[in-house]
Design a protein around this ligand. Sequence first.
Ligand SMILES: [Zn+2]
Ligand SMILES: [Zn+2]
Length: 286
Amino acid sequence: MSLRVASLGSGSQGNSFLIETDSTCVLVDAGFSGVQLEARVDALGVCPESVDAVIVSHEHQDHVRGIGVAARRWGWPLVMNTLTHSACSGLLSGQETVIRLPVEGMSVGDLLVEPTSTCHDAADPVCMVLQQVSTDLRVGVATDLGRPTTPVRAALKDLDFLIVEANHDDRMLRSGPYPWSVKERIGGTRGHLSNRHTRELVAEIAHRRLGGILLAHLSGECNDPLLAVDCVGEGLSGTGFDGVLAAAAQETSGEKYDVAALAARTGGTVQASLFPPGEPGGPTRA
Ligand SMILES: [Zn+2]
Ligand SMILES: [Zn+2]
């Protein structure tokens, strides 16, 4: 029984994560164009037709850009809560299969999906834990957190792998190119976690059995992957964590992590993947 996770790409310009078992393959979010989604799942050795569902965290473009076209082209069922569905209606023609994600969670193949509400400026945003029923291995996917509320921190406590936002460096955001109002939103309680916030979060929830932490949704303008890994890594000392710590790139699909193998490991490494330079263009609502 295997459980693998990978980023298709993550940042202000688009987010999508692959969670796959021997029998089930889902994406959390699909914030890239159809062409990009096809190329990025292909790079992970997955054909688009084999994706069983997309579980949508919230309706911001960098999470849903491709859901409509992918659902129509490849038949991907879209799993999301009612308010998120309503907020995405402009992307949908009515031909798509949409499955309501209830607050108590649901099964998708051999994955149990458990959503938790997040503090973010969207209609009904969630982070989620995906638990492989046959092994009880648990993967958390938590971006666009605003601030990690008590329920979010509780949901992320007992994981085997964590994908978590580390959006910006406080100083780079302050001195960065965004207008003041955008800086206020990004750094606000319904925006995004800074490296410092993520450091505090992992210091609370990391533990020895946690096999890996993939930092996600890094700002191309106001963060740097090595800086993020360094900062968050400081929060891990004393937690017993000795797994993989890496940062997801925006431009390309990343490494596929074998969660079962990481859970069974006796030692670990710390590494940082390269994060390409920021893309041109102004900030988008992310
Ligand atoms: Zn986002
Ligand atoms: Zn968002």
